[in-house]
Design a protein around this ligand. Structure first.
Ligand SMILES: [Zn+2]
Length: 687
């Protein structure tokens, strides 16, 4: 008998069976099954269509494919190998094309529209109505209503866009990799932290520069090399060379992205016009909280106005500080001086070394503390399953069960994979593998998810000691995970994290707040040797340093958000002439004034141009979600950060509700009103 391990429906996933050789046959089979399901929906008699035969059938049609492809994608992230990569890339085009064609399938759309005209459709309520409306909107937004020749143009345009974006992103990567800075005089590296210097030495050796006896140091434009260099290196001339290198990314010779930016903007505008929207942001944001480009732009401009004065103060303060320290008249700083002097000012003002916190954050205690926080707040209990109780994809992976504290119900299970490996991609993330469906008693079967990170590993006989930023990351990703595991929505596509992009970071970012509260930290932050809590003086420094140059940090995000929206709302202004000058005039009062002026980020801004949509027209979402989380957390601050009733409300109105209703309605049910910008300004020390 033929077996298809990737299509096995078991909750106890048999990772040992999910081998690269099975990817091709299993995904091919899943595509065929999904295709048959869709064909059956499309071929039905339009006179007898029902909710079950259209909307619900469509919801289920690609279940197996979605689940199986999810496993492949996940393994691609945590167990990379040449064989798996090849198997993944071999199936990727077929899978993407399959999904892209669904909303353009005229027969399917006819079946849905036939259902939309029935009395049953008009009488729908609650989550069934939501599923119906979301399905119709998915089709419309993707062009289902267009006449055949426009559909054909749309398909062509999407494929052109994805090629242009791929090229843009290759140009960024290739020009980043093409640049290097080799230093052979160690005295020029004064100021640089030991770990950065050591990394540069090893990098040089690996590239054949220098030797153990006569070392050289190689620096690149990748963040781990660039960032400490620009922040700590005393030699301003070298910092300037590094800065000039970074300005060249995506901007010179064969790697110049200028023309690509213009083509991408033009195609996106054409797509919006085809789909009946005035501008690309209106098309992208139609179903997000912001709704349209004008609202998103207003949000950015409003925040700009509120932080503008503090931003100007911070810039002037840094100019004075640098002048005093360097013994020169006060004046504009050069772009390669900002990070350096800001760090000097931070050190002088707070004498705070983030490394001093590490001993208080041993990983095991942090995890236990996180579980205690969510137990108190949301009434759920996470318990580790003994090693060997379940198969995992790597021996380091742990497996947990999440239960409701009240009735012991098994809400879901999750894997945790914390430390870096060569076969694992960078960063930290949450993902889901299975979404439970309603059972006979009406409750959902347990969900299955995972949380992955690249946290500091244990060193020698010391436990893994984390930075506070890493602690925040764990809490953040666990917030996403709770959104999935606590979901109570009976339709998978509406459950958990499948919500509007400018809402999805609320459950994750709000969780970070507990790591900044004394009461929260005291639950778990204990010195790994002495068991002492974080000394009050250190805690005070950590809190104070949090908001150092907060207006500048906020303004940087706002400048990206503003540039993103300007480019996509007015592509014609950037279609010819000097691209940098045009952008600069649109965002001049969002930029730290420097001498010389810095060119814009537009040619190396992967968020906006590395994929067909990505963060395009949506960069503002970062700040938008911060507004939501800062505001929602004020209720916990008022009522107690471990107040179980407040936590239960958050669980009832937000964490369990997925996309079963408009996000604004969910937010308002929790807060009793619309979001208030002010909470974010208060948290950032800007009012
Ligand atoms: Zn997140």
């Amino acid at each position: 008998m033929e077996t298809h391990p990737f299509l096995a429906p078991d909750f106890a996933v048999r990772w040992s069976q999910l081998v690269p050789a099975a990817v091709g046959p299993d995904i091919t089979e899943a595509l065929a099954r999904a295709q048959r399901n869709l064909a059956a929906i499309a071929a039905q008699d339009l006179a007898t269509v029902t909710f079950a035969s259209t909307v619900e059938a469509l919801e289920r049609a690609c279940d197996e494919l979605g689940r199986a492809w999810g496993f492949v994608g996940h393994l691609n992230s945590v167990a990379d190998s040449p064989a798996l990569r090849e198997a993944y890339n071999a199936m990727l085009p077929a899978v993407s094309e399959f999904y892209a064609k669904i909303p353009l399938n005229a027969q399917l759309w006819a079946a849905l529209r036939a259902f939309a005209a029935t009395p049953e459709a008009l009488a729908l309520t609650g989550v069934r109505q939501r599923l119906f409306e979301e399905t119709m909107a998915d089709f419309r937004q993707a062009g289902a209503d267009l006449p055949p020749e426009k559909k054909a143009r749309l398909e062509k345009l999407e494929s052109e866009l994805s090629q242009l974006c791929q090229k843009y992103s290759e140009n960024v990567l290739d020009s980043t990799n093409a640049w290097e800075l080799i230093v052979d005089d160690e005295s020029k590296l004064a100021g640089l932290p030991v770990h950065a210097k050591e990394a540069a030495r090893r990098n040089a050796l690996a590239k054949g520069h220098g030797s153990e006896a006569q070392p050289k140091w190689r620096f690149t434009l990748h963040m781990p090399s660039l960032e400490p260099f620009m922040t700590y290196l005393d030699d301003a001339a070298l910092r300037r060379r590094m800065w000039e290198g970074s300005c060249g990314v995506g901007a010179t010779g064969a790697h110049d992205n200028t023309a690509l930016v213009r083509q991408i903007l033009a195609l996106r505008q054409e797509k919006a016009t085809l789909l009946g929207k005035p501008h690309f942001p209106d098309q992208v944001l139609a179903r997000r909280m912001a709704r349209d480009g004008a609202t998103a732009l207003h949000f950015v401009e409003d925040l700009h106005a509120r932080v503008g004065a503090a931003f100007a103060r911070e810039a002037a303060e840094l100019e004075r500080f640098a002048a005093e320290r360097a013994g020169r008249p006060v004046g504009r700083l050069a772009p390669w001086e900002i990070g350096y002097w800001a760090e000097k000012l931070r050190q002088e003002r707070y004498a705070f070394d983030e490394e001093a916190l590490r001993p208080y954050f041993p990983l095991e205690r942090v995890i236990a503390g996180l579980f205690e926080v969510v137990r108190r707040t949301f009434g759920v209990q996470a318990v580790e399953r003994p090693a060997g109780a379940a198969e995992v994809w790597h021996p380091e992976v742990k497996f947990y069960e999440l239960r409701d504290e009240k009735d012991g119900r098994h809400l879901g299970s999750f894997y945790a994979d914390w430390h870096p490996r060569e076969s694992k991609r960078g960063g930290a993330w949450m993902n889901y593998l299975l979404t439970g469906e309603p059972q006979a008693d009406g409750r959902l079967a347990p969900h299955l998810g995972l949380i992955c990170g690249n946290l500091t590993p244990p060193a020698g006989d010391k436990p893994a000691l984390l930075t506070h930023r890493e602690v925040e990351t764990i809490f953040h990703e666990f917030g996403h995970l709770l959104h999935h595991l606590l979901g109570e929505v009976p339709y998978k596509s509406l459950n958990g994290v499948n919500v509007a992009w400018d809402f999805v970071e609320l459950p994750s970012q709000i969780q970070e707040n507990w790591t900044w509260e004394r009461e929260g930290l005291d639950l778990f932050a204990r010195h790994f040797e002495t068991g002492a809590a974080i000394p009050q003086e250190l805690f005070a420094k950590m809190k104070a340093a949090r908001n150092f140059r907060a207006a500048t940090a906020a303004m940087r995000q706002l400048s990206f958000g503003k540039m993103d929206l300007e480019l996509h709302l007015h592509p014609e202004r950037y279609a010819a002439g000097d691209l940098d000058a045009a952008i600069k005039s649109a965002i001049a009062d969002y930029l730290v004034p420097t001498e010389p002026a810095a060119p814009s980020m537009v040619r190396r801004f992967g968020h906006l141009f590395s994929s067909s949509v990505g963060y395009a027209a949506a960069y503002y979402s970062y700040k938008w979600a911060e507004v939501l989380d800062a505001d929602a957390f004020t209720r916990f601050q008022r009522e107690g950060i471990f107040n179980a009733a407040t936590g239960a409300d958050f669980r009832r109105h937000v964490l369990s509700r997925g996309n079963s209703e408009e996000p604004m309605a969910l937010f308002k049910r929790f807060m009793g009103r619309e979001p208030d910008l002010n909470a974010l300004l208060v948290r950032s020390g800007l009012v």
